[in-house]
Structures are given as structure tokens and as C-alpha cells.
Design a protein around this ligand. Structure first.
Ligand SMILES: Cc1cc2nc3c(=O)[nH]c(=O)nc-3n(C[C@H](O)[C@H](O)[C@H](O)COP(=O)(O)OP(=O)(O)OC[C@H]3O[C@@H](n4cnc5c(N)ncnc54)[C@H](O)[C@@H]3O)c2cc1C
Length: 392
């Protein structure tokens, strides 16, 4: 769809998305996602394939490359409707970062080789950027790649690598040169995670789940044909591909799903104390403000402009954390036990005490502490806001 769709076109689009979700999303899966369970690889990849068959798994990619070719507003509507219906979020790295990077800067051979496998879900990717000494200050990364003939030899480590335990490939940022400007000398390599010398160490998180990992590269060989763009020039390519993701990261759809869940918990329970009701009402108002902010940003000529996007990211993640905390409070004592196993697919060992939502609420709360760290910490976002809006 080219250009900005008219309002009635968008209404039609929303109805189409709703119809699809009603027919394609299994109720049991939606119920697990809505109740905050951690979904298994099979569940996530099932939904990936359903979206792929409908042609909707890569909303932001151009149609020529197998994407839906949606505008950012259509993507927003899709996310909103998906969250409302309880649809799982697909594993994002390949679809939101690797694909757009290859479409914009990859070779024809790289696109032909990797894009179809990203779309059909036959290859899972992880994002190897952060290191123990390079997180917010990513340009200080040290994982090293040395060119030897027509290969690079990689040595070093990456940390907090989401889903590395499942990944077939890694989009790696490696240092190929050092100089005065630390952004220079960073090269993007596409690494086969099954290569000799790659090892993955699980890092269980606060909620007891295993999503994060540390990955070690010990003389790992990557063909030069798996380099994206020029050697040493990877940093410049990142900026143009990460663009809109910060706004979508505020995830209004997810915040709406959390708000719905909170209201469900309160309605099913003994009734919230007046003080809690006021805080829920305030959160609901903040949600409406965030929604307006996001829609305004999406409608602007430059949605990815740093200050607006950073502001939305801070507001969105703070709201998600507040909502997850309010769920715990609304459940009172029933919300206190930490039962990580209950989050897993197939868990039915014992019936949790209290209302249906009680068992998942504490791991869910702990999980969402990550929102203000991943994809740029709140402090870094505030620095960007200060620089852009206040002029430092
Ligand atoms: C759940 C989760 C998933 C992740 N997944 C991935 C992944 O798949 N791939 C990947 O590469 N990375 C991933 N990350 C890493 C993430 O990008 C980093 O955690 C993030 O960039 C922060 O870096 P850090 O953890 O090293 O913290 P640091 O940068 O060391 O920051 C520590 C603290 O200091 C503050 N701080 C740092 N610099 C400044 C400054 N200049 N001004 C003010 N305050 C500052 C920070 O805000 C923070 O509070 C993930 C992180 C999380 C939590």
C-alpha cells in the first residue's frame, strides 16, 4: 500500500486484522499469552508461521522482499489489535533489524540466502551487540575480528544475547580496527551459530526464565561474503535501520493488554482499595496520553526523530512497569509467591492458590523490570531528550 491510507481505509484494515485474528489465533494460545506466561519456542514459531502464511510476518518490509509493505500507522494498528486479541509477539531480531539491514545494505546473494529463511521461520537470529564492558556505550565494543584470506576470525564475547540458545545465526558487531573515533572500525558480520568455537552460556533472569545468554567466540571463522557493508563502516549502517523501532518499543499494544489484564484482575477479585483505584485510574490516563503521543509521532514527517522517540520509549516502559506492579498489588497476598515453573508450556503440576492470574503475576512483574534497560536505558533516553530538546 503506497502513501498514507485514508481513515476509512484504516478502519477497513483494522476490521481485516480483527477477522484474521479471530479465525487464526487458537484460544488456548491467546489465553496463555494474555495471562503473562512465557511462551515456548514451538508456540512462538507456530504463530510466526501462521503470520508468514498470511503474508504478515514482516510488516515493515517492502512487498518485493516478502513483507506486508505496511505504513507505520498500519503496523501500529496491527500491534494494537494483536495485543488486544492476545496474539504472541514473534521473535523480533531478524524481522526488525537483520531483514531491514540486508534489504538496505546487503548484497543480492545475502538477501537471496537469508531473507526467505527469516520469513518462513526456518532460521532464528540473535543480536550480538552488547558486551560485558560495552552496553550503553556500545562503541567501546572489543569483540575482535581479524581478516585472514577470505575469512574473518572472531575472538571475544557478547552478553545479554536474547534467544542465543535457539539461534541459528547471529548479527554480530565486531571490532576490525581501532582509532580515535571509536565508531570507526566496527564491522557487521553474519555468524553461523553452529560453527566450531561458538559457545552459549545461559543467564537465568530474575523471573527464573532462560532468555538471556553470554556467547563466547573462540577462533570462529566467518566467510567475507557474510560481511554486511564495508569493513570498519558498520556503525553508520546501524543508525539507518534501528530508526522506528524505539517508538514501536513503547509498545502501546502491550501496555493496552497489560491495562486490560489489570482491570480483569481487579474485577475478578475482592475489589481494589480506593487508593489503588486512584492509581489505576492515573495509569489509565497515562496510557491514553502515551497513545496520543505515539499517534502524533507516527503521523509526523520524521517519526524516528530522536527526542520524540526517546520520550515515548521512557514513558512506555515506565507505564509497563507501573502496570505490572499494580497487578501485584491488586492481587495482594495471592500475588506474592514466585513460581517460575508456572510460566512454562505444559505446567500443570499443581493448581495455584487464588485467582487465575495470581501464579504468573510475580514472574511477570520481575520480567518487566528489564524494559527500562533493554533497547536503551531510561537514563540514556533522558540524555538524548536533554540533548535534542534542551540543547544539552
Ligand atoms: C532483557 C534484555 C535483553 C537484551 N537483549 C539484548 C540482545 O539481544 N542483544 C544485545 O546485544 N544486547 C541485549 N541487551 C543488552 C542491552 O542493550 C544493555 O543492557 C543496555 O544497552 C545497557 O547496557 P549495560 O547493561 O551494559 O548497562 P550500562 O551501560 O553499564 O549501564 C549501567 C547503568 O548506568 C547508566 N548509564 C550508563 N551510561 C550512562 C550515561 N552516559 N548517563 C547516565 N547514565 C548512564 C545506565 O542507564 C544504567 O543504569 C539486553 C538487555 C536486557 C535487559
Amino acid at each position: 500500500m503506497g502513501g498514507v491510507p485514508a481513515a476509512d481505509e484504516l478502519d477497513g484494515f483494522r476490521a481485516e486484522v480483527r477477522g484474521f485474528l479471530t479465525s487464526a489465533l487458537p484460544r488456548a494460545l491467546a489465553a496463555r499469552a494474555k495471562a503473562g506466561h512465557t511462551l515456548s519456542r514451538d508456540e512462538l514459531m507456530f504463530w510466526h508461521r501462521v503470520l508468514h502464511e498470511r503474508g504478515w510476518v514482516a510488516p515493515g518490509w517492502p512487498r518485493d522482499y516478502g513483507g506486508a509493505g505496511w505504513t507505520i500507522l498500519q503496523r501500529h494498528i496491527f500491534d494494537e489489535e494483536s495485543a488486544r486479541a492476545g496474539a504472541p509477539s514473534v521473535i523480533p531480531m531478524a524481522l526488525t533489524i537483520v531483514g531491514p539491514l540486508l534489504i538496505a545494505h546487503g548484497t543480492d546473494e545475502q538477501r537471496a540466502r537469508y531473507l526467505p529463511r527469516i520469513l518462513d521461520g526456518s532460521e532464528i537470529w540473535c543480536q550480538g551487540w552488547s558486551e560485558p564492558e560495552a552496553g550503553s556505550d556500545l562503541a567501546s565494543l572489543r569483540c575482535h575480528a581479524e581478516r585472514v584470506g577470505d575469512e574473518y576470525v572472531i575472538n571475544g564475547t557478547k552478553i545479554w544475547t536474547t534467544f542465543a540458545q535457539w539461534a541459528d545465526r547471529c548479527m554480530l558487531l565486531a571490532r576490525t580496527a581501532s582509532g580515535d573515533r571509536r565508531q570507526f572500525g566496527i564491522t557487521i558480520l553474519l555468524v553461523d551459530m553452529r560453527r566450531p568455537g561458538v559457545s552459549v552460556r545461559p543467564l537465568p533472569s530474575l523471573d527464573g526464565m532462560h532468555v538471556l545468554n553470554q556467547v563466547y567466540f573462540d577462533d570462529v571463522r566467518v566467510p567475507v561474503s557474510d560481511r554486511v557493508g564495508l569493513e570498519d563502516q558498520g556503525w553508520g549502517l546501524l543508525k539507518s535501520t534501528v530508526g522506528h523501532e524505539r517508538i514501536l518499543n513503547a509498545d502501546v499494544g502491550r501496555a493496552r493488554a497489560m491495562l486490560d489484564r489489570l482491570i480483569r484482575i481487579v474485577q475478578a477479585g475482592p475489589g481494589a482499595q480506593p487508593g489503588l483505584r486512584i492509581r489505576i485510574a492515573r495509569a489509565a490516563i497515562r496510557f491514553r496520553a502515551l497513545e496520543t503521543l505515539v499517534l502524533r509521532a507516527l503521523d509526523s514527517p520524521d517519526p524516528a526523530n530522536a527526542s520524540g522517540a526517546s520520550l515515548i520509549k521512557v514513558r512506555g516502559t515506565e507505564l509497563q512497569q507501573e502496570l505490572s506492579w499494580l497487578m501485584s498489588e491488586a492481587l495482594g497476598l495471592y500475588g506474592l509467591p514466585l513460581l517460575p515453573d508456572v510460566m512454562q508450556d505444559g505446567w500443570q503440576d499443581e493448581t495455584p492458590i487464588g485467582p487465575e492470574d495470581a501464579a504468573t503475576v510475580t514472574p511477570f512483574y520481575l520480567f518487566w523490570r528489564k524494559a527500562s534497560i533493554s533497547a536503551g536505558t531510561s537514563e540514556i533516553m533522558r540524555n538524548l531528550i536533554a540533548q535534542q530538546v534542551l540543547g544539552r
